[in-house]
Design a protein around this ligand. Structure first.
Ligand code: FMN
Length: 171
């Protein structure tokens, strides 16, 4: 039976502990393809992906973030870079990456993988470029750590939806 999209959204959790099972290239490409169907300003599609499954590189990258253990124990990383298009401002490019990440997180979850959005590693974005030999014109926007979930005990919460409503006008 098809699950309701709101149920899917509510049940996705950030996964930070992974098993030692490898993630296949086909699954990673499925996740990335889902990301590529995100909306973007003027359909500019400013995102570029680097897929990392090399344990040595994963280990090097783990030293560039306070979330070292998550990175070191992941089976794969997807780094998302932005190539800014002069036609669109940087904020809109960054917003597009948010949509990419949400598509990718939900798709990873739907095929039994676990994933987490890593933003803090951007503090060392230039070092990430260097380690991956990616030219400086590409800016690290986000990274995703992926693997099979070691457990499903993740908890999260949200405020009541009414707490987010500043006001209702009409209706
Ligand atoms: C922009 C952004 C940056 C994030 N950076 C990190 C990070 O560096 N490390 C981490 O463990 N989680 C990071 N997260 C994941 C959030 O902590 C997580 O989404 C939040 O706690 C809600 O939990 P949930 O995803 O399970 O609903 C980030 C999420 C976003 C949207």
């Amino acid at each position: 039976m098809q699950r309701n999209i709101l149920t899917e959204l509510k049940e996705r959790r950030s996964v930070r502990e992974f098993t030692s099972d490898a993630v296949s290239e086909i699954d990673l490409m499925t996740v990335i393809e889902a990301g590529s169907w995100a909306p973007s300003a003027g359909n500019s599609q400013p995102w570029r992906f680097v897929i990392i499954r090399d344990k040595g590189i994963i280990s090097l990258l783990s030293e560039l973030t306070v979330y070292s253990t998550i990175v070191a124990e992941s089976q794969a990383l997807i780094a998302i870079f932005l190539e800014y298009d002069l036609e669109f401002d940087e904020v809109q490019a960054q917003q597009s990456v948010g949509a990419v990440m949400q598509n990718m997180l939900l798709t990873a979850d739907s095929i039994g993988l676990g994933a987490v959005w890593l933003g803090e590693i951007r503090e060392n974005g230039k070092s990430v470029n260097r380690e991956l030999a990616i030219p400086e014109q590409y800016e690290l926007a986000a990274m995703m750590a992926i693997g099979y979930p070691a457990h499903r005990n993740q908890k999260s919460h949200r405020k009541n939806v009414n707490d987010f409503i500043l006001k209702q006008i009409g209706g």
